[in-house]
Each structure stands twice: as structure tokens, then as C-alpha cells.
Design a protein. Structure first.
Length: 581
């Protein structure tokens, strides 16, 4: 099991390297150069100490390598020259290391951005049914914390590569100085890995638990915040604490385990290293009578090698944690990709004659919503789908928008079945005003254009005029630059409704769909909205979903639904609507 998990972590590191080969190559190249510079610095320490104590250069392999380097660059091995060389190579090492790890930091930022962009692109292409099955908080968490934690694997991988190179350098130097130092460092490193490897598994599991708990917590929190106003109004907001209590406790436990495993791994390594170092110093000083300067270099090489092995294990632990977030995010992207809509191919239409439903049936599981309905929606007219809640009005529109496929029957636009149409092209001809209005905490202008550079202020003005909103917009101190507040809180219900209609009209749609456009409005505002809809003219086909009588009375074409069936009280275009239920 442990071997399998270690292989999974290695595979994740390899995947990152393959996804970003150019970045990986540059980072590794910088780390190799830094390692070579560090090797040159380490090899100069023993000769420098020998020169400082007046013993002269010895004949150890490490010193012979150093003399070869000095001879190659044409510098005499004096104490001053050796000291300068040491300072220079350490500075060079620092430059390469900072550059490589700095680039790794930049790679982290790029990777997190690419993960977020990849998830967002897949989400935007997903079917509507996928969104209904997922809590909004999951997407928020994935775009924020998960992307950052997943991308951190790039930095941890770079650190692991840097430490690996440093260990190789120190082991090489230790072997040249005294092979017994190398053996001792390797034994200490193996003991470190074996004795503390369980902490890596604890951290990995804590990372996975933290991922699951944070997803669940933010999903519940997002739902709770949407209903905070009625909860506060009824003084029931305190019930949120026990509602979220389980996730908070799970997150606390995961954080505790992560912190304990990380800190234990950091501080438990030092005593093991010190014990081995003390034994080695005693052995070489008492039994081998190694000179002090050589003993100091051996102690330095041992300590640095063993410490770097411990650091390598901590980097591996961090990768194990980041991998859980990385895999979780990649799985989320793949899940959204599987739920993507059909490719945008097929026929296109401009909605010239009208829309037809023929023997259409649809069910949510075992619940039959529409049962063999047939109806016509003529172009250039105001059609109202009228009926009580649960009668299938919204479902019929969802089928028209291509959010779902009918179980039976056919929906066609200008005689072309929607199933054979380019669904994205069809939706680009639609202006949609949902029942639950959403406005960004931005200006009126931004809420109309949504940042699309194709629409100018003149386009926005014309849309506001058509929606009957221009008069109240001009009365605002900043006109179209007025900030509407969170979810449009600074505007009245009727004003928000008109802004939403203007946002749909700025697209110059062929079809304008309004879902319960007057439900939350007072009678006077409701009549004004109805008048606005009637005045839009014949240049746009309007379908309004409503159970309000005012909308039914202004309709050119009234279609009454009841229990998933077309009611006999429906009236065709040009006829006077009869009384509804």
C-alpha cells in the first residue's frame, strides 16, 4: 500500500514535469549549476582551514580535486585566494538558486492560473444538469484554495530537486574527504526516512481530509449565506453553527494532524542527526586521531548531508499533501469535461416563423413534468406560458434553451429540430431574464455589457430605453456608472427587473425569455413592466413564464399549462386571452 502511494506521488511529480517541460528544464538547469557552485565551495573548505592553521595543503582526495580546480582557473592556492573563491562560488550558488526557485515560484503562479482557467473552461461547457448536481461552494473552493495548494506541488518539486542535487554534492565531497563520513550520513539518512516516514502518510491523509472537509464546509456555507437574510429576520442564524459544526471539526482535526506531523518531522530529525554526529566525532577524534581542521570539515559534511536528507523528506511530505489537492482538482476538471455539452455543430436559424412543440414529454426521474404537449410560439409576438407553480412552464423553456433533451416528441425552430441545431449559436440569439435576478456589485453599465467590448455606452443607452429604464438611470448621480450594490441592493425591485431586461436586450436577441418577470413586484410596477413588454414591438419574439394574470392579459398568445398538459383555455395569437385558472 505504501509503495503504491509513493508511486502515485512520483507519478504526480512526473506529470507536472511533462506538462511544463520548458519550465522544468530551466529550473533543473539552474539547480544543477547551483549544486556545482556549492560543490566548488565545499571542496575549498578543508584547504582553507589547512592554510589558516599553517599546516599547508594535504594530500586528501578532496584537496587534490580542489588543487585541480585552482590550477584550471589559474589561481595560486593561497589563503586569501581560497577565501575569495569560497565567497565567489557561494554568491554564484545563491544567484543560481534564487533564480531557479524564483522561477519555480513564477511557475506556481502560472500553474494555479492554468488550473483555474482549465476548470472554468470545462465548467462553462458543462451541461446544465451538471450544475444542478453540484454545490456552488465546491467550485469556489476549487478556484481558490485547491488551485493554490495543487500548484504548490511545483515549488515543492523544485525544492526536492534542489535538495537532491545538494545531497549528491555533499556525498561526493564527503566521499573524497573520508568514505566513512559518507557511510555514516547515508545510515543516518536511512534511519531518518524509516523512523519518520509514518509522518509523511499522516500528512498525506490530513491533506486529503482537509480537502474533503473544506469542500463540504464551503458548499454548505455558500448555501447558508444565500439564505442569511431570512434567517437573521427570524433570529435563527445561530443554527448555522451546529449545521456546519461537523465540517469545522473535521477541518480542525485535519489541520491539527497536518501541523503535528509537519512539526514533528522538522524537530525529530535534529536529535537523530546530533546522536550520529556525536558518535562520529568521538570515533574519529579519539580512535582515529583525525586533525581538528579535518574533523571540522567532516562534521560539517556529515551534518549538511544528513540535514539535507531530512529536508528532502519534508519536501516529499509537502508533495504528498499537495498531490491530494492536485489530483482532486484534476478529477474535478475531468468530471466537468465528461459533463460537457455536445459539440457546437448543426444547423442555424434566425427565428423567422416561430417555435413548435410536438408531442413533447419530459420527466425528472419518475416524476412526469410534461406529458405529450403540443404548442406553437409565433415569431414577433408576446407569448405567455401561464399556469400555477409546478405546471411545467419552466421545464418547457429549459427544453427550448437546450438545457435538457425531451424524452419524447420534438421541439423545432422554423421547422428545424433543436436536436439538429448548433445549440450555442441558437443561445446567442436569446435574451434570458431569470426569476432569481442576479446583478454584480458593479455599475449599471457593467451589468449590461458584462465587460464585453462589443457593446458601447450607446448600445447600453438604447437597451435601457427599450427596457423603460432610461429615465430612472439618468436620475442617478453617476448615471450608467452608478454602482448597484451587492445583488443590486441599491435599486428597487422594479429597477432591478428593468436592468435585467436591458441586459438581455443589449444583445439584440431574436427571442426574449422572461421567467416570472413580475412576481415580486407591486401592482403598479407590474403594469409598467407589462406595458414595456407590449411596446417592445414585433422585432423580438417574447416568451414570458408567469402565473400572474397581468402578464396573461397583455399576451398575444396565451398558453395555459396545468399538470404538465396544455389547458383548453389556451388562445392562439391575435385572439383575446380568456380567463385563466
Amino acid at each position: 500500500m505504501k509503495f503504491s502511494r509513493q508511486k502515485e506521488i512520483v507519478d504526480a511529480v512526473v506529470t507536472i514535469a511533462r506538462l511544463y517541460p520548458k519550465r522544468t528544464t530551466i529550473i533543473v538547469a539552474g539547480l544543477v549549476l547551483a549544486g556545482l557552485a556549492e560543490g566548488a565551495g565545499v571542496s575549498s573548505m578543508l584547504p582553507m582551514l589547512n592554510l589558516a592553521t599553517g599546516d599547508g595543503l594535504g594530500d586528501s582526495k578532496l584537496e587534490l580535486v580542489f588543487l585541480s580546480i585552482m590550477d584550471t582557473i589559474g589561481v595560486s592556492p593561497t589563503f586569501t585566494n581560497v577565501l575569495v573563491l569560497l565567497a565567489v562560488v557561494i554568491a554564484i550558488k545563491g544567484v543560481f538558486l534564487i533564480s531557479a526557485l524564483g522561477l519555480a515560484g513564477v511557475a506556481v503562479a502560472h500553474t494555479s492560473a492554468e488550473l483555474r482557467t482549465g476548470l472554468l473552461q470545462k465548467l462553462l461547457k458543462a451541461k446544465w444538469s451538471y450544475f444542478l448536481s453540484q454545490p456552488i461552494g465546491l467550485f469556489s473552493n476549487a478556484m481558490g484554495n485547491e488551485a493554490n495548494s495543487a500548484a504548490a506541488m511545483v515549488r515543492h518539486t523544485a525544492m526536492m530537486a534542489a535538495l537532491t542535487i545538494q545531497i549528491i554534492v555533499y556525498l561526493s565531497a564527503a566521499t573524497l574527504a573520508n568514505w566513512q563520513v559518507t557511510g555514516g550520513a547515508l545510515i543516518a539518512g536511512v534511519i531518518l526516512f524509516i523512523s519518520l516516514n509514518g509522518l509523511v502518510e499522516i500528512a498525506r491523509k490530513a491533506g486529503k481530509d482537509s480537502l474533503n472537509a473544506s469542500r463540504s464546509l464551503l458548499a454548505r456555507l455558500a448555501d447558508a449565506m444565500q439564505g442569511i437574510k431570512p434567517m437573521k429576520a427570524m433570529a435563527t442564524e445561530n443554527h448555522l453553527v451546529p449545521l456546519l459544526g461537523f465540517e469545522i471539526e473535521e477541518l480542525r482535526r485535519a489541520s491539527r494532524n497536518s501541523i503535528l506531523s509537519r512539526e514533528t518531522l522538522v524537530h525529530a530529525q535534529e536529535p537523530i542527526i546530533v546522536v550520529f554526529l556525536a558518535i562520529g566525532l568521538w570515533f574519529f577524534y579519539v580512535n582515529q586521531r583525525v586533525p581538528l581542521e579535518e574533523l571540522l570539515v567532516m562534521a560539517f559534511l556529515f551534518q549538511r548531508t544528513a540535514s539535507r536528507i531530512g529536508d528532502l523528506q519534508r519536501a516529499y511530505q509537502s508533495i504528498a499533501v499537495s498531490r491530494e489537492f492536485y489530483v482532486g482538482l484534476i478529477d474535478k476538471i475531468a468530471e466537468a469535461d465528461v459533463a460537457s455539452e455536445s459539440p457546437p455543430d448543426g444547423h442555424e436559424t434566425d427565428l423567422i416563423s416561430g417555435i413548435s412543440f410536438r408531442n413533447v414529454s419530459f420527466s425528472y426521474g419518475d416524476h412526469n413534468v410534461l406529458d405529450n404537449i403540443s404548442m406553437d410560439i409565433p415569431a414577433g409576438k408576446l407569448t405567455t406560458l401561464f399556469g400555477p407553480s409546478g405546471s411545467g412552464k419552466t421545464t418547457a423553456i429549459d427544453l427550448l434553451l437546450g438545457f435538457y433533451d425531451a424524452d419524447e416528441g420534438e421541439i423545432s425552430v422554423d421547422g428545424q429540430p433543436i436536436s439538429d441545431m448548433n445549440i450555442r449559436s441558437w443561445r446567442q440569439k436569446i435574451g434570458y431574464v431569470p426569476q432569481e435576478l442576479f446583478l454584480f456589485h458593479e455599475s449599471i453599465l457593467h451589468n449590461l455589457t458584462l465587460g464585453d467590448s462589443r457593446y458601447s455606452e450607446e448600445d447600453a443607452r438604447l437597451a435601457l430605453q427599450r427596457a423603460g429604464a432610461w429615465n430612472f438611470v439618468t436620475q442617478q448621480q453617476n448615471g450608467m456608472k452608478t454602482i448597484v450594490g451587492e445583488r443590486g441592493a441599491r435599486l428597487s425591485g422594479g429597477q432591478r427587473q428593468r436592468i435585467a431586461i436591458a441586459r438581455a436586450l443589449i444583445r439584440n436577441p431574436r427571442l426574449l425569455v422572461l421567467d416570472e418577470p413580475t412576481t415580486a413586484l407591486d401592482p403598479a410596477t407590474e403594469l409598467e413592466i407589462c406595458k414595456t413588454l407590449k411596446e417592445l414591438g414585433s422585432d423580438v419574439t417574447i416568451v414570458a413564464i408567469s402565473h400572474q394574470r397581468a402578464i396573461a392579459e397583455v399576451a398575444d398568445n396565451l398558453i395555459q399549462l396545468s399538470g404538465g398538459h396544455i389547458d383548453d383555455h389556451s388562445t392562439p395569437a391575435h385572439a383575446n386571452p380568456v380567463d385563466g385558472p
